[in-house]
Design a protein around this ligand. Structure first.
Ligand SMILES: CC(=O)SCCNC(=O)CCNC(=O)[C@H](O)C(C)(C)COP(=O)(O)OP(=O)(O)OC[C@H]1O[C@@H](n2cnc3c(N)ncnc32)[C@H](O)[C@@H]1OP(=O)(O)O
Ligand SMILES: N[C@@H](CCO)C(=O)O
Length: 396
């Protein structure tokens, strides 16, 4: 095992970001043995002597390990800087917080850009198919490496919530509390459909080159950008888009389509079009197309009930984990109805579960934004779980 630690360029709370290399690798569900396995991660706070205060935060589809400090690639604050830190709802004065880049990602954990040991070349589009279980198994190797037997909590939004559920299902004795947020126990037909449109946009790009674009010194920027533009709409809501942009038109020639002396169908650009183009182009600068394909497919495969004889209660029947399921009222990508379905299954399984629907008109990505009720929900759940843990420890 080799660990490379790098100093951070961040200006946030005390933290480390590192990559652990596990030469023993990982057996994937598809049958491939992936070795070595590298997991890039950040930590915040201090692990208690009893090693019982660790919170694993799982990121969403295009997130990364830079949870609460400046992202060195984009220069932007960590994606949950407002949630994780001293005195914040996930309080790094009390908890040791871990966030790792997912398997298949492009921020340092083994993924399509990694070198395949057999060929000596980057995997690119030959990277094996992975599942949510593989993603969680890779995280479990990191948690083992950190010497943590049992996580105090696993928390995640969107695909991060799928990981929180998978942790509770696959490692019931290792998760004291779980908070799946804006998520679902299965990827719906509508969501698979959206992912498929994104993928086809990438495949249609002349720079795609069957996924070996890097051999050609190219990236399928147009396809990946369109994929993100389309997906980004699904992360918002009609209300949010109307409030931000309405039907306003941008009178900025530099950003409009090429000028022409004759009347043009596209002579003016709506602000919302400009916004989506910005979201598409900034995404292309930070994300890899093969990672996007790999991870979206892992989401599509996710269906906990189907893997357990069609009954979503089955994976949680012996669970001692305390769950808090959170949804957002305007999330049409992972609607509240899917969270309710999960809560009913957890109840059928006899699990300890609470459920909160946060009133918000900002759509799916509300979990990334300032939502005071959401912050209170996270803080309350963690505080209650800690009190329960202390009571249980006192009983022993
Ligand atoms: C859970 C995880 O793991 S994190 C996941 C990975 N990260 C993400 O998905 C973040 C990307 N998502 C977003 O940015 C989402 O829009 C949100 C909802 C989270 C952010 O919402 P807000 O803070 O309200 O930002 P908003 O949606 O207005 O976007 C701001 C950006 O759009 C740009 N913008 C705004 N209006 C326009 C316009 N008319 N034309 C062009 N650009 C525009 C801003 O300049 C800003 O750009 P920057 O991000 O490069 O600084
Ligand atoms: N916008 C977030 C959530 C998507 O589910 C992301 O890109 O990861």
């Amino acid at each position: 095992m080799d660990i490379s630690a790098s100093p951070s360029i961040a200006d946030g709370p005390v933290y480390t970001h590192q990559t652990v290399r596990l030469d023993s690798g990982l057996d994937l569900e598809c049958g491939v043995h992936l070795a070595p396995l590298e997991v890039a991660y950040c930590t915040y706070g201090t692990l208690s002597p009893a090693r019982d205060n660790a919170i694993l935060v799982c990121h969403a589809l295009t997130g990364d390990q830079y949870l609460a400090e400046r992202n060195p690639l984009t220069g932007k604050p960590g994606w949950w800087s407002r949630m994780v830190g001293p005195g914040l709802p996930i309080d790094t004065d009390r908890y040791f917080v871990v966030c790792s880049n997912v398997l298949g990602g492009c921020m340092g954990t083994t993924g399509p850009r990694s070198i395949c040991a057999e060929t000596g070349k980057a995997w690119d589009s030959e990277f094996p198919p992975i599942t949510m279980h593989d993603i969680v198994a890779a995280q479990a190797k990191l948690i083992d490496h950190l010497g943590i037997d049992r996580l105090f909590a696993v928390i995640g939004g969107s695909m991060g919530g799928m990981q929180a559920l998978t942790w509770a299902a696959d490692f019931p004795d290792r998760v004291f509390a779980a908070m799946p947020i804006a998520t679902s126990p299965f990827h719906s037909a509508q969501n698979i459909a959206f992912n498929e449109v994104s993928r086809q946009a990438i495949f249609a790009d002349p720079d795609w080159h069957d996924g070996h674009y890097r051999d050609f010194g190219a990236i399928p920027a147009r396809g990946l950008g369109v994929a993100r533009m389309m997906a980004h709409i699904t992360y918002l809501s009609e209300e949010a888009l109307s409030r931000k942009f309405g039907r306003r038109v941008r009178h900025d020639a530099a950003t409009a389509v090429p000028a022409s002396s004759s009347p043009s169908l596209f002579g003016e650009m709506f602000e919302v079009e400009s916004y989506l183009r910005h979201q598409g182009s900034s995404f292309v600068r930070r994300f890899d197309a093969n990672s996007y394909l790999t991870i979206t497919r892992a989401m599509d495969y996710f269906d906990l009930a189907a893997e357990h004889d069609g009954d979503l209660a089955n994976p949680f029947r012996k669970s001692q984990t305390r769950f808090c399921v959170v949804s957002f009222s305007s999330d049409w990508l992972f609607p509240t109805s899917q969270s309710r379905l999960l809560v009913r299954a957890l109840n059928r399984a006899g699990a300890n579960v609470s459920f909160v629907e946060i009133e918000s008109d900002r759509g799916h990505d509300a979990f990334l934004l300032e939502e005071p009720d959401f912050d209170r929900t996270i803080r309350g759940f963690i505080t209650g779980a800690a009190e329960h843990a202390a009571l249980k420890a006192g009983e022993r």
